[in-house]
Design a protein around this ligand. Sequence first.
Ligand code: BGC
Length: 823
Amino acid sequence: MKHADIVNRMTAEEKAAFLSGKSEWESWNFERIGISSIFMSDGPSGIRKQAGEGDHLGLNPSVPATCFPSSATLCNSWDAALMEEVGEGLGREAMAEGVNVLLGPGMNIKRNPLCGRNFEYFSEDPYLTGKLAAAEVRGIQSRGVAACCKHFAVNSQETRRMAMNAVIDERTLREIYLTAFEIAVKESHPRAMMSSYNEVNGVYANENRHLLTDILRKEWGFDGFVVTDWGASNDHVLGVKNGSNLEMPNPGLDSARELLAGVKSGRISQDEVDQRVDELLDVVLELTAEAKKVRQNHDDHDGSVQASCLDKDAIHRDNHRLARKAAAESMVLLKNEDRILPLKSRTRIAIIGDFAFEPRYQGAGSSMVNATKVENIRDLAGGYDLQVVGTARGYRRDGSEDATLIGEAVSLAKQADVVLLFFGLNEQSESEGLDRTHLRIPQNQITLMREIQEANRNTVGIISAGSVIEMPWHSLFKGLLHAYLPGQAGASAMLDVLTGAVNPSGHLGETILNKYEDTPSYSYYPALERNSEYRESVFVGYRYFETADVPVLFPFGYGLSYTTFEYSALQVEESGIRFTLKNTGTRDGAEVVQMYVGMKDSALFRPVRELKGFAKIFLKAGEEKKVSIPFDDKTFRVWNRMTDRWEIEGGTYLISVGSSCQDLRLTCSVEKQGDLERIPYDREKCGCYYKADIRRVSDEAYEEILGYPVPSGSWNQKSLGINDALCQMYYAKSPIARKIYKVLDRKLKKSQAEGGVPDLNTMFQYNMPFRAIAKMTGGLVSMEMVKSIVEMVNGHFFRGMGGVISEFFRNRKENKQYLRKLK
Ligand code: BGC
């Protein structure tokens, strides 16, 4: 133990209390022995520090903070240096707000484009995610604030995220869903990791020894603390035993009592508890000392350079500029026919679209920031070298048709040289807590586009959406700029790119497919009952589309520039590749160069190519540079489930470099010695995987890669348990419970029909399991009370009610007694 001196001075009650939250956002403090609280805030695209009472999903307002572009947006920059700068901006702002842990970056892999939280995540590719997240973590932590990578792991769906189980084979787990976390841990030393709500192969992530202890700590060398997602603790004793340090938010002292009882009964040893206390203490001491140092400096040097560390106005100004730069570097130019962009000097433009008046700039849920200022196109366009002929809203944000708005927009479009049409997904469409049901944008926007195109063929579309949308209407535009969710300074960033003040250099971090039905996990997503079966295995995103030859609209890695680049002279060396890149156009610009690796005649099934390196290279017009991309331990490795280790298959590998996963400019081959001897699969049984034919994988083939029979995930409709979701009360025996279900359901549907920002709290309640009632009520409800509530739901009203009442008084008394011991 690192801090035995302090741990030994703590009482058993203090230790147990220390491992769960004191309030919605704080850990416990014991000033008697020099332990202060740490304060945690979301993350990831800005600081969401609640001003008053904390309430998880943010009913109470949070303090003003810079809203940076969402992670899905920043990912398109493919620029680790930029990510580090953004991380530093976030860290600086967090420190000034007294936040010790920033709950981000969100690093889950985009398994399916419907996931409501994809805007908060980076990519469908683990290498890209890992490298960018690592850079962000380095930036945040350079300011004395801990980053908290989340949600560890395999959290790919929002639907009943607290009551579902990801069934996944070990190779897919390692190669696709864990690699990004591995890169971040090894390359940026995050001080915190958040365990996810779901189960992974039948064990809650927060109790999963394989994930938290064997892989995270032992294999990767993680030495920070593991915190549960808010309400993700199931059995606190099992969590602590298997490697989780801090249960959040605030379960009262019920969890601490569970832990004390666990030690008494032998379910967990005092040594195990002490170990977790020591790990958490290590970070708490470090963070509180850092914060103290910064504040001390501030007091000592008031008005000098150090003082600006805490000068919120100066930080907000700097971060607004940084948010603008980051957004501009991340936007993806998808189309540019007739070189309609950049707009020429004094072009007469019509600005159309509700989003030009009130931008769609961030996603909803725990990441939602109270932005310091939000720019909009209508107010800013006049400041550029353009002639604005007028502005029109064009469509209603809630999706309803409005012929008057269309009429105004069309007559305006006729007067302009170029129409700029701003549109995309509305607030209701993507949010934490819900998965989308389709990938379309509202129909009223499509109606408008058609009418505008009839009126003026020189139309440029500017899209705001945090995740993939179908674009069957793309041919209506000569130019298309995908701004994703660009943060509070998105409007000036858009205008910078449209006018050519910034040459676009964003490339897609995810595939824009033709239609949702093409998605590899289409038949398996989301889990309908308990289990989500990852039958598509490693064929996620472009790994599938490229291998199975499924045409897509814009491939992974794609993005245009106002200049052109030429690749030549590819050489492969032992340590990596080298080639020459030349800017062959007339404008300065940056290219995202991507290295893909595939294997010829592999004895395993594999994606035809996988991203294994990339760089963003800036070149002046006409300039050329030698570029190197190194190989690393991930370039050739595969996970062998038979030997349970990373191995290299000997043979010929194809190394390609290019501007997207389809636009490969140069390719060469390299021979590699290997150490893979035992082929882990019987090809007869899982032949479909060898053809990337994974849309309807049979049980036999799936079992071959899992290594065990497919577990059943059917709900028990006869009787509900504490881990079933509240929406399962649909099946409840108790008529009162069924009534409660109906009320919840009606409330949810009503809020969905109303439009606007989704009702997160209702969504959360609808999908949460009964046990979360105990975990999220600040000590008012104990786990024993929850068990009695479930009895009532199952039709034993009087027994259950009796239990609730007697437990209520016992819990209250014991909480009070415990509190006295902590004073
Ligand atoms: C989210 C986390 C977030 C936490 C605290 C949870 O609902 O899944 O990402 O950090 O709430 O707000």
